[in-house]
Ligand binder design. Structure first.
Ligand code: GLN
Length: 265
């Protein structure tokens, strides 16, 4: 029998804003529906994750205070993190966790929380906070929807996770949202992210299975409910029609619709 897919949820006691835990539940359930064995390890704050023991790591969102605490632990094992990510460790980092992958997160006081420096990326907190529903167009998974709430403006030159259709994204100015680099998926989108975005959930699972050396063919699931929730979010909350988002599904065609960004900040 093939071994289990091993998922680590890092510091759920500190980094679990906006139901980030729901992302783990989605991944586990999508494995179970397909008869794939999966194990989740919750790594409590202060513990050192044995990164080589996992096939997928989730780092959730947190407040500035919690980020400072987590940042200190993460930095102590920067070399291990760098080696693991360079070797292709799949990593899903949301909001506060995403910011910690960069060089620093500058607090409103001007103090800098050092990040892991896995990405050439910086984040500076500013007013107003960027809050609201968001939709992005991604090359591999079509539209991705959810909720964002961050003071940080993030800047980097890596490929983004997607282009903002509605909402703010990385910095409310360059039209990018999140990051897709090596097997790192970083994003400001929570709510949680994966229940309403099953294509992204499966992309993460395939990436993790491949990294684990397991067969990465995923049986299709009946995603009628998930896709209906996704479509309702796009149409009712964001007033985006299918025609407006259609062009965004093809790789390399990440054009912004006229009028972007939609909201002044
Ligand atoms: N403290 C960070 C910010 O406000 C991240 C917040 C979060 O994870 N929601 O930018």
């Amino acid at each position: 029998m093939p071994r289990s897919l091993r998922i680590a949820h890092l510091y759920p006691d500190l980094l679990n804003l906006y139901a980030d835990r729901g992302n783990i539940r989605t991944l586990v359930q999508r494995c179970r529906w397909r008869g794939l064995a999966v194990e989740v390890t919750a790594v409590p704050a202060g513990d050192v994750p044995r990164l080589h023991e996992y096939d997928l790591v989730l780092l959730g969102g947190g407040s500035d205070r919690e980020q400072q605490l987590v940042g200190q632990t993460l930095r102590r094992y920067q070399a291990e993190w760098r080696a693991a990510v360079a070797a292709g460790l799949p990593l899903l980092a949301i909001c506060g966790g995403y910011q910690l992958l960069g060089e620093y997160y500058e607090l409103p006081s001007g103090e800098r929380v050092p990040g892991l420096e896995l990405l050439e990326m910086t984040t500076v907190a500013k007013s107003p906070r960027l809050i609201g529903n968001i939709a992005i167009a991604s090359a591999k998974c079509g539209t991705i929807v959810g909720f964002e709430n961050h003071g940080g403006r993030t800047y980097h030159r890596h490929p983004p996770l997607g282009r903002v259709l509605r909402g703010h994204g990385n910095n409310a100015s360059d039209g990018t949202e999140g990051v897709r680099w090596l097997n790192v998926f970083g994003t400001y989108i929570h709510g949680p992210l994966l229940p309403k975005n099953p294509r992204l959930a499966d992309q993460l699972l395939r990436t993790a299975l491949r990294y684990a050396g397991l067969p990465d063919e995923l049986e299709p699931l009946d995603d009628e409910l998930e896709l209906a929730a996704h479509a309702a979010f796009l149409e009712r909350r964001l007033q985006l029609s299918t025609q407006q988002t259609e062009g965004s599904h093809s790789p390399g065609e990440e054009r912004l619709p006229a009028g972007h960004p939609s909201r002044p900040t």
